[in-house]
Design a protein around this ligand. Structure first.
Ligand SMILES: [Zn+2]
Length: 446
């Protein structure tokens, strides 16, 4: 029998409008939105339905963090303000080999619960700490499950031996571990994608193997491309081509591809991505924090490349909020182009919600029939959302430009409430903090 829950609120944000007289019927078995209609009509249609009232909150789609490295939340504040490679060596490479399985779990639980409190309902964790093989991935999956967040594991394939040994696998092992994880987790709250790390950390054979897995299982694959200028120089020197051109020569640029960053691509390379249906995952705050440069977002828009947003790891950004990235994409691009129209608040909102769903190939990021019931409840009485006059035309610009996390009162993923009154439901903040404290004692003492 179908189990339905009817969710009511002051308003629901649908197709850029505040709709005041409707409620949402959620199929609690599948976590899908079954129907959106007047509450009275839904109650008549589903007389046995459970009822949930979100009071004076406005329901918006949950935001989608399309790029994060959860373990990096434990390294926030470490090696800040250093050049990229120095930052990498003094934070990631120094501490990640010390992480035990419980530390990987704790880092993920900390990252996922914090970003959920900031309104993220799905996260793609680009995950490469494989010192415990697939048990490492399972620890991250457990953390997502305990937090209640929807998880995409971009299961990293990495064979550059200059990195800590726990990152590194040969092509054969990486393929078999990734494939078995992909087969194991299908259709639920967890999805697994192949993610050859980058041109500097994955061999051409590894990249092609990741691409083949994506084709075989019909999923996207993720890869960092041209985050820093050093990668462009290195690829040019080794292969006589720029990064995206080189990837194209390997035959891996098509609709399966999602590149992260894409800061240093030429317009010609961006055109190729558009023509071949590839996607961009953009992390504006991380690019600013790590002094990477500024991605040419108007060029990606011109060539119809779908753009999703990511916070990147917390030690390469410091904040892990997608609403923050929506603000940043718009502000940073305006500053670069001196054109106030280049990315507007509608564009930014779409990147952080609906297009995130497109890029991760999941029915999320939109409040519509058949989409997942992933919602965020916003208090318009928080100072940061005011003023809001009768027509409500300030709602979206305020959501993107002025909202603080204090306005995010409630979160539901797959129809189930995970944050209420701004606090975690499935665990408590003090429990998460206690675990973080124990992990940090271990990391510092070793
Ligand atoms: Zn990254």
């Amino acid at each position: 029998m179908m189990s339905i829950k009817i969710i009511k609120a002051a308003a629901i944000f649908i197709d850029s409008c505040l709709v005041e007289n409707k409620a949402i019927a959620v199929n609690m078995h599948t976590g899908d939105i079954e129907k959106i209609a007047a509450a009275a009509q839904l109650e008549k249609e589903y007389p046995d339905a459970g009822k949930e009232d979100w009071g004076d909150l406005v329901i918006v789609p949950g935001s989608i963090n399309a790029h994060n490295h959860s373990f990096q939340s434990l390294l926030r504040g470490v090696a800040a303000d250093r050049p990229f490679l120095e930052w990498r060596d003094n934070s990631l490479y120094k501490f990640s080999p010390r992480m035990r399985l419980q530390d990987i779990y704790t880092g993920a639980l900390f990252a996922f619960t914090e970003m959920m409190k900031c309104g993220a309902t799905t996260v793609a964790d680009f995950f490469y700490l494989h010192q415990f093989g697939s048990e490492s991935d399972e620890a991250v999956i457990q953390a997502a499950n305990d937090a209640g967040i929807r998880l995409v594991i971009a299961r990293t394939m990495y064979d550059w031996t200059g990195a800590p040994s726990g990152y590194v696998e040969n092509v054969e092992t990486a393929v078999s571990n990734t494939a078995s994880l992909m087969k194991k987790h299908t259709g639920g709250m967890v999805k697994v994608l192949p993610a050859p790390h980058s041109l500097h950390a994955a061999s051409p054979e590894m990249i092609k193997a990741g691409y083949r897995l994506a084709c075989e299982y019909n999923t996207p694959y993720h890869i960092h491309v041209a985050e820093e200028i050093f990668e462009v120089d290195q690829v040019k020197k080794e292969h006589g081509m720029t990064p995206l051109k080189y990837l194209d020569s390997l035959g891996v640029v098509d609709k399966h591809m999602s590149i992260i960053h894409g800061v240093w691509l030429s317009e010609d390379e961006i055109r190729t991505m558009g023509r071949k249906g590839a996607h961009l995952i953009y992390c504006p705050s991380s690019n600013m924090f790590l002094a990477d440069g500024i991605t040419d977002i108007p060029a990606y828009i011109r060539h119809s490349v779908p753009i999703a947003l990511g916070s990147d790891g917390a030690c390469g950004n410091s904040r892990i909020s997608v609403f923050e990235e929506m603000r940043m994409v718009s502000l940073l691009q305006k500053a670069k182009t001196c054109n106030a129209l280049c990315v507007n608040f509608h564009d930014a909102f779409k990147m952080g919600t609906e297009t995130g769903g497109t890029v991760l190939d999941l029915p999320i990021g939109k409040i519509a029939d058949g989409y997942k019931a992933d919602f965020v409840g916003i208090s318009v009485y928080d100072f940061s959302m005011q003023p809001l006059t009768k027509k409500g035309q300030q709602f979206l610009p305020n959501l993107i430009y002025s909202m603080q996390p204090t306005a995010i009162k409630r979160v539901a993923v797959n129809g189930r409430t995970t944050v209420i009154q701004g606090h975690l439901v499935n665990t408590t903040e003090s429990r998460v903090l206690e675990q973080v404290k124990m992990t940090m004692q271990h990391l510092e003492n070793e």
